[in-house]
Design a protein. Structure first.
Length: 392
């Protein structure tokens, strides 16, 4: 018996686990400290009333033989897919329900999708970015190239037409920097992918935070993307589903490689390895896309954006350089006094009792940067701002 090769190359701890471990240690040493967590992007507002109503109704349905449901159909229920299809229609995009696959969230999807590609492919991964892409690419035995996202290119790398890669990760708005591609900028990536038969894995988990009309809300706003892109979305941040677990992927029927339909391969993979999202959760997700549900969810997003505004104002007062917070729920700041990301993490935890996420955990270009999440409650965000002003 031999264990997986990746065990020798992968970092010991997943970024958010490393942060959680440090926090646990600190709490056991100083149980009296009131810690404000602005680390992992976990929502703090409760679910929308419409969502709760739908959950309750569905739970009652499950308790009656006339309306009880067992396994979900492969790829998810039509009632939810239809709602998602309508959302795309509002953007002027035609998506067929058989191109939509309901899942338990973007994190799993972005990892599982590699099952339909051969190991040994070259993956192009932005640096910095959500660490799941790199970790899972290593786990799946992919070759890795990085696309540098630095201040000089506004954290938005462009394709290098002289280099050939097979799989391209794009996260827009980006986690952690908050930078987001315009439609024109995305078109370049699509032209590049189509020119070299690469496939773009487009993570749009933070799309609900976009407010500039020029920015790309879905990669399928650019028609040529249907032959080179898969899109991933999640209800986690748009409807507060971090604990509910629901997301989806869109794999166009036009996406073919080596005479095979990637849609069929993904469907085959789903059927073999996944028994679907619970009926109650799919009904809850459907309710979040109803007219009333959407209004409630938009209110929550506005609330988190107001948090971002408060933090931005304080950082401006302190002359700390930062990015993001406008089309994204994250603030990406330059660590003061040239501190490393982990030095600043320790400083904030020890002296201000605030937890954030060290930028270096998102890639080497994240060193000397730091991410603050705007998903805490207003009271805690306000309190964090006061601590920043008093102590930094
Ligand atoms: C983050 O903090 O980057 C996200 O909340 C993590 C996730 O979505 O898995």
């Amino acid at each position: 018996m031999k264990i997986a090769n990746w065990s020798k190359t992968l970092k010991n701890n997943f970024l958010f686990q490393a942060v959680a471990d440090k926090l646990k240690q600190f709490k056991s040493k100083y149980p009296e400290k009131e810690i404000i967590n602005m680390g992992i992007g976990d929502v703090s507002l409760p679910l929308a009333d419409e969502v709760i109503k739908a959950c309750t109704f569905a739970a009652n349905e499950m308790g009656k033989s006339s309306s009880f449901r067992g396994y979900s159909p492969n790829g998810g229920y039509d009632f939810l897919k239809q709602k998602i299809k309508d959302e795309y229609k509002n953007l002027g995009i035609l998506v067929n329900t058989d191109e939509i696959f309901i899942s338990d969230g973007a994190k799993s999807d972005m990892s599982n999708i590699l099952d339909i590609f051969s190991s040994g492919n070259t993956c192009l991964i932005p640096d910095p970015v959500y660490p799941v892409y790199l970790d899972t690419s290593i786990m799946e035995g992919m070759k890795i190239e990085f696309a540098n996202a630095v201040e000089q290119n506004n954290f938005l790398p462009e394709p290098d037409f002289n280099k050939k890669v097979d799989i391209i990760y794009v996260c827009s708005p980006n986690n952690p920097t908050g930078a987001a591609y315009t439609k024109n900028q995305m078109k370049k990536w699509i032209d590049y992918a189509n020119s070299c038969d690469a496939v773009i894995l487009y993570d749009a988990a933070y799309e609900a935070f976009i407010e500039d009309n020029d920015l790309c809300r879905s990669i399928f706003e650019i028609p040529e993307s249907k032959t080179c892109a898969i899109e991933f979305k999640s209800f986690s941040k748009s409807a507060g589903f971090t604990g509910m677990r629901c997301g989806y992927s869109i794999v166009p029927n036009d996406l073919q490689r080596e005479n095979a339909s990637l849609n069929h391969l993904w469907s085959r993979r789903h059927a073999t390895k996944f028994n679907g999202v619970p009926y109650i959760i799919q009904r809850a997700a459907e309710a979040s896309l109803s007219d009333e549900g959407k209004l409630e969810c938009q209110k929550s997003i506005k609330y988190y954006k107001q948090n971002a505004k408060l933090i931005s104002e304080v950082l401006n007062k302190l002359s700390i350089k930062f990015f993001g917070g406008l089309n994204s729920p994250y603030i990406w700041l330059k660590c003061p006094n040239n501190m490393t990301s982990w030095e600043f993490f320790d400083y904030l935890l020890q002296d201000l009792n605030i937890v954030g996420t060290p930028g270096s955990g998102f890639g080497k270009n994240g060193e000397n940067y730091f991410r603050l999440s705007c998903f805490a409650s207003r009271e805690k965000t306000q309190e964090a701002c006061n601590r920043f002003l008093k102590l930094l």
